[in-house]
Design a protein. Sequence first.
Length: 262
Amino acid sequence: MKQLPDTIRLAYIIAVILLITFVIFIVLIVVLYNKRQLFFIQQQQLKEAEHQNQLLQKELEKQKVLEQERERISHDMHDDLGAGISALKLQAEFLKQKAEDDDLQSDIDELLKTSEEMNISMREMLWSLNSGNDTLGSFIDYAILYTGNFLKKTKIVLLSECEDITAETPLSTEMRRNLFLCLKEAVNNVYKHSHADTLKLSFSQEENNFSMRISDNGIGIQDDLPKGNGLRNMKRRMNELSGECHISSEKPGTCLLFKILI
C-alpha cells in the first residue's frame, strides 16, 4: 500500500487539528453558556429570595402594628369601659341601700346583673384582644377559668383534665376565639338543657392535633328534636377552622368533641 504524499498527509493532519480545535471551541462555548445560564438563574433566585424576604418583613411589620393596635384597644377598654362599668355598679349598689320600694330594688338588681354581664363580656374581649394569650396553654387556662366561674352558682360540678399539652404551642387569634365561642355555647347548653350535675372538660394534644372534649352526665340529646342554632353554629365555626365537630349521646349524657390542626 502506497503512503500518502507529504502534502496530503500534512493537509490531513491540519484538518484533524482544526476539527479537534473546533470541537473544543464548541464545547467551551457550551460550557460557558451553561455557566452563564446557571449564574443568571442563581441571580434570579437571589432576587426572588430578596423580594420574598422584603414581603415577609412587610408582613411582620403589619402584624406588629396590628398587635400594637390590639394592645392599645385592650388598654383603652380596660381603663375607660372597665372604670365606667365599675362606677355604674358602685352607684347602683349605693342606690339599692337607700331604696325602700321593692319594685325599685328589683330594678336596681336587674341593673347590677346587667353591669356584671357587661363586665364579664368586657373581660372576654380583653382576653381575646391580648396577643400574649395566643398560646394553647393560655386558651386552656382561660377555658377552665371561664367554665368554673359560669358554673359556680349552679349545682353542676366541673372536672377537667389535660393530656400531653405543650402550653407554648402557638394558637392564632381566630382559632382561639372560635374555640372559645364553641366552648361557651356548649357550656351554656349543658346548663340550660342537660339536667346534669357534672361537666367534664378534657384537652389533649398529639403533635399538631388538638382536641377539646366537653361531656356531661345529663339526659342526652333526643334524636326526635330538631338541632338548634347553637349546634349548627359550633359546626360552622369548626368548618371555618378546617376542623371537626362531633356530637354524640352517651349513657348518660352528651359529648361534644372539637378537633383542629394547630
